[in-house]
Design a protein around this ligand. Sequence first.
Ligand code: AMP
Length: 589
Amino acid sequence: MPEKKSNEEGGAFCGEAVIAEFEALTRDAAAVQRETLRRILSENAGTEYLRGRGLAGRTDAASFRACVPLATHADVEPYIARIADGDASAVLTAVPITSISLSSGTTQGKRKYLPFNQELVKSTMQIYRTSYAFRNRAFPVEDGKALQFIYGSRQFTTKGGLTATTATTNVYRSEEFMPTMRAIQSQVCSPDAVIFGPDFAQSLYCHLLCGLLFADEVRIVSATFAHSVVLAFQTFERVWEEICADIRAGALSPTRVTAPAVRKAVSALLAAPNPALADEVARRCAALSNWYGVIPALFPNARYVHGIMTGSMEHYVKKLRHYAGGLPLVAAEYGASEGWVGANVEPETPPESATFTVLPNIGYFEFIPLKASDGGAAAADTSFAEAEPVGLTEVTVGEHYEVVMTTFAGLYRYRLGDVVKVAGFYNSTPKLKFVCRRNLMLTINIDKNSEHDLQLAVDSAAKILAAEKLEVVDYSSHADVSRDPGHYVVFWELNADGNDDVLQSCCDELDRAFMDPGYVGSRKASAIGPLELRVLQRGTFQKVLRHYLSHGAPVSQFKSPRCVGRNNAGVLQILSGNVVKVFFSAAYD
Ligand code: AMP
């Protein structure tokens, strides 16, 4: 066998060389961070954002922190908007921004725009190769394919002529994506037309079908997010007989798949009737009990299941384990549309305790120390007191931080809004445990809605009430994941009794008013169920107030909880025990 040396994009892959590179990068992470900051600041010294901040050519961390303020998305939004509108000058970066990424989050109810450029493609390939190298050392995969439940999102052109789509679609469409996937034995079973198909349900059906056509070659079953794998096999439970019929006939169902380009590409793979494969699939399905272990049953050479399983995806791990039988679940890397943060280099760790090792050359990282305001340990659902940011190698094991990143794509001291806990160090770079999103309230899978998004939705629906001279006295919400799929519950206390038709319209409007693309996409794909509006007895929020006061909260600081988590059973019980009417949205029927 020829010696494999190159790890360039698309070149032959040598895992041990990638690991050696990673070892070298993490040995003196502080030096790598200094050099990374120097590169970012010197390359972009002439940009509008950095000019006039008083850096005067300095590229050291102390000057950077003294001159450039911390920024949120709202602070950089006007700069990004100008780039999207066609300002081709060096606004944020010296090298042009080539497209816009649409984050799944929102700012002020509007979809978040973020700069995307070739540097992000490069760091994506680096992180893919790194995590694959470690995965492959633990779970070796030689030649094979990956059954990847991935979906390109639609794209549009901004006023200034830039393509705008999700960051993952920007990556899938990059020249480097397919060669890298081939190099790391993760070649997708489905043709491109399936990934970029116009209809999610049709693409999902075809991913399953194509996976079965290559069943013996499938080594990895994956998706960006764990819930997509769960949704895929929940769908399989319903459609497997139809898929078998298509394989048997060698012809694609005319009702399930109608998009011409998708039909053409998949029909080419289905070429001839294959009753033997159809019988085999049917036999394997019949042998399963409650679909336990369906993944290894159908794909006997699969080595593991891979995808983001941490944070809001942890909810899906249980179901994924059921489908995966004894196959290992490997948590995928941690990043955002803004840029990557870390790779999972300990793939054998169960997803519940997975950590992400920061790659010190993909950006310059700072961490805002967080302490719960009551002085206790920081945790989800608490508000935090902040201290001055510290550098990557200055963090303390066991402490909580908000991630701040400076990237090659034009973000400077940008607050990512995520809370992480330092779990330990890998050489001199920290291993982060993802804790939660700050200020995030409602989330079930890939959706993210803040307190403000909820407020906008309530305001929008309350306009319908105004015509009836009704008012929302107070409101709260809850992400109900007690049943699958999960759904949003909005609690309303009104000033007087409302008519049922009016309240049904309000419920529909609430559902429609959550414009976060992660929510809209999940609703359309039924990965989130219809929103439920629960109308409360008058005086319920007074009871909630009394509950807080009885637990020692000062009345002057009391704020109605806008989102009540499962860990707040007392309040949830008060709200749920005072419901007088329930409505389910028909907005996506
Ligand atoms: P987006 O804004 O759509 O790019 O989503 C990025 C956000 O998703 C991050 O800021 C995190 O909150 C979350 N996220 C991404 N990767 C992970 C991961 N591996 N574990 C937990 N949460 C993640």
